[in-house]
Design a protein around this ligand. Structure first.
Ligand SMILES: NC(=O)C1=CN([C@@H]2O[C@H](COP(=O)(O)OP(=O)(O)OC[C@H]3O[C@@H](n4cnc5c(N)ncnc54)[C@H](O)[C@@H]3O)[C@@H](O)[C@H]2O)C=CC1
Ligand SMILES: O=C([O-])CC(=O)C(=O)O
Length: 336
């Protein structure tokens, strides 16, 4: 383990650090040396709401930490490598972002990652349950639709599950929707506000184009084309990378946005809103992404389903059985 800036030997709650960085937060990235983890860690190193960044991975940690620690911001960077150090990595953190696990190769579905990634998410969650049970946990690892219910079940077993604190990160779907709508309608993507609900795979991704602000300009054929484009965008990147992984840079950007919103909520900022895949009563599926208000304890309010067009209601009807199946797969896995 290496702790830069202060050079202490353990990364646990050091009093001097707490005084110096009193108002800010400790964030752990699990999978920090991967394609998403590295750029995400750089973005978090530049984030003034972060006081301490814990980088955890099973490989390559010393190099990434040495590199990142030279970035001239006050954020303290600590590295932890391998299962022997994961407990120190997660002790007392406020937010854990999990991007540990394999990405898709061309021809694979996200669900095909279940075999390799389910255990990874389970193992990390077991440590979270003991070392930082009050942390906000953001799961990027695919299949998100199944990994989030796995984490929930593991925490339930330890009696520490709080549905307000566990999130599946679907922000990349929002980022893509804003980009594609901006391009199609000649608007700055930053000015596009649109909910994307459901889950994070294929037809479970439901962009609610009818609620786009500014309004999406296009007939029904354009709406259907745009919907498909957003649903298939991840696969487009997997194909273009031709075996070298899936979206990493846009995902790091999206994960920074989501993590920053969690931190703003923790800090007490009002009206912080994000869509995220969480335990939900919005539909028949027990996990579902809808717009949420974030606060000091994670989810302050679930805004439920936005108003849907007839077409979007049909998308929802098709998505729900898929999501239910994905959720059940996670529950069955965790119960074994
Ligand atoms: N939610 C979303 O919107 C998106 C999710 N993803 C998913 O994110 C995950 C990571 O993707 P990449 O960073 O591109 O993959 P990558 O293979 O580049 O990096 C994964 C990192 O996880 C580490 N790792 C593996 N097992 C671990 C364990 N048990 N504990 C700690 N670290 C471990 C690896 O050493 C590696 O550094 C994939 O499952 C991918 O499908 C990718 C893009 C978007
Ligand atoms: O498509 C993948 O495998 C990675 C992912 O979730 C995305 O880019 O949305």
């Amino acid at each position: 383990m290496q702790c830069h800036r202060i050079g202490i030997n353990t990364a646990t709650c050091n009093e001097n650090i707490l005084i110096y960085f009193e108002k800010n937060f400790r964030v752990a990235v699990c999978g920090a040396c991967g394609g998403i983890g590295q750029p995400l860690s750089l973005l978090l190193k530049r984030n003034p709401l972060v006081s301490e960044l814990r980088l955890y991975d099973i490989a390559h940690v010393p190099g990434v930490v040495a590199d990142l620690a030279h970035v001239d911001t006050k954020v303290r960077v600590c590295g932890f490598m391998g299962p022997d150090q994961i407990c120190d990595a997660l002790e007392c953190v406020d937010v854990v972002v999990i991007s540990a696990g394999s990405p898709r190769k061309p021809g694979m579905s996200r669900d095909d990652l279940f075999k390799t990634n389910a255990c990874t998410v389970m193992d990390i969650t077991k440590v979270i349950a003991v070392k930082c049970p009050k942390a906000l946990v953001a799961i990027i690892t695919n299949p998100v639709n199944t990994c989030v219910p796995i984490a929930a079940e593991i925490m339930k077993k330890d009696g520490v599950y709080d549905p307000k604190r566990l999130f599946g990160v679907c922000t990349l779907d929002i980022v893509r929707a804003r980009t594609f709508i901006g391009e199609a309608n000649g608007v700055d993507p930053k000015k596009v506000d649109i909910p994307v609900i459901g889950g994070h795979s294929g037809i479970t991704i439901i962009p609610v184009l009818s609620q786009s602000n500014p309004a999406f300009k296009g007939d029904q054929a354009a709406i259907e084309k745009m919907t498909k484009h957003i649903q298939e965008a991840g696969t487009e990147v997997v194909k273009a990378k031709a075996g070298a992984g899936s979206a990493t840079l846009s995902m790091a950007h999206a994960a920074l946005r989501f993590t920053n919103s969690l931190l703003k909520g923790l800090k007490g900022e009002k009206n912080v809103m994000e869509c995220s895949y969480v335990e939900s009563k919005a539909t028949e599926a027990s996990f579902f992404s809808t717009p949420l208000v974030l606060g000091k304890n994670g989810i302050d309010a679930n805004c439920g389903l936005p108003k849907l067009s007839e077409y979007e209601n049909k998308l929802l009807e098709k998505a729900i059985p898929e999501i239910k199946k994905d959720v059940q797969k996670g529950i069955d896995f965790a119960k074994k």
